[in-house]
Design a protein around this ligand. Sequence first.
Ligand code: PLP
Length: 448
Amino acid sequence: QQQPPQSNNSSIATPDMASYWMPFTANRQFKENPRLLTQAEGMYYTDDRGQAVLDATAGLWCCNAGHGRKKISEAVSKQINQMDYAPSFQLGHPLAFELANKLTQLSPDGLDKVFFTNSGSESVDTALKMALCYHRANGQPSRTRFIGRELGYHGVGFGGISVGGIGNNRKTFSGQLLQGVDHLPHTLDIANNAFSKGLPKNGIEKAEVLEQLITLHGAENIAAVIVEPMSGSAGVILPPDGYLKRLREITQKHGILLIFDEVITGFGRLGAAFASEFWQVTPDIITTAKAINNGAIPMGAVFVSNTIHATCMQGPESMIEFFHGYTYSGHPVAAASALATLAIYQEEQLFERAKNLSQYFEDAVHSLKGLPNIIDIRNIGLVAGIQFAPSDKGAGKRGYEIFDHCFRNGTLVRATGDILALSPPLIVEKSQIDDMVNSLSDAILAVG
Ligand code: PLP
């Protein structure tokens, strides 16, 4: 088992922070009191003070194989030396094809086509466009509406925030969101499901709202429903038992596509390659990014059903079938890093490992029950959310303070408002799970 890296007391000079406008960050607060990461190995980051920081978040749900994997860095280095970049429009390179084939060995049967992107947000935009492309090619051009879900997070493109359901991400831009989008109700129900382990028992009826929306708009006008099988960014919100199956039944009945956004759940987080495998519900499209290549180089992929793909392959063969793509789609260096990552997942059986650890993880996180202000703990696979009552200082303050306290004391957790999320790399050891929980417990008691 890896020991934490030695504190090396070699603190690094704080950089001039004037120019960098940081994403999803309270910039002024951060620059007053920064948290800087400088190295990463295995389960640990090192910060600018030379202190080890146990990574309870896999970076940002990315580094499922842990940090500093030589197989990945060597593949990157070899590829960048061999061919740094190749255009992806009307040209190809072998690795992108090889990667697409390897990926479809993991995806559900029937989702055997892959479109490459550079991020989760791009994967979502791509999936929404594919849905429109499919219905048009299928002779149903009136199917243009989308249905997302409250509290859903689908990245930050205009498509993603339109189908997404996090108020703060939408408000500023509300005048320019996509037209024709509705939202299902979210499935967080602390009153009825607090401290449930695994899937909450109550709430399957929330899927029935889809029937109401279909009655309201007409199935013939609806292109797709998009949901995260498990909402990560909004604070680990789980689907009630049977809920996803019900969404699948309703969408299928009405010829509406179902898109699972698996940017977080893809590549082993729940103890299976995809949440769709874990819950045995197969959508028409799956969006991914992050752990596809352990976060090493920006990359995403959209898995699409053979039917959708075949339907879109129409018209003269000399015509481009789908007017969509990115300069870096299937980037050779990103593709090399993904192939190396998939090899690690397989050689080390990391998805299986996550599955085997999930009971221990569940017991560990639920041992926090009873500490001050915790109003809910929820978990599935190797992901957990711990929700706190807001403090008198305002919503989100308590969550931030616990996160910051943990970081200053050497553990990285993720805060979303007053919810803390844990999603360790799948290489985590039991003793490191204990360390995470102990560190959280200390922080919770200190912050109050
Ligand atoms: N979709 C989901 C479910 C996500 O969790 C995220 C990011 O956390 C995204 C999309 C956006 O991904 P990116 O930040 O790579 O654009």
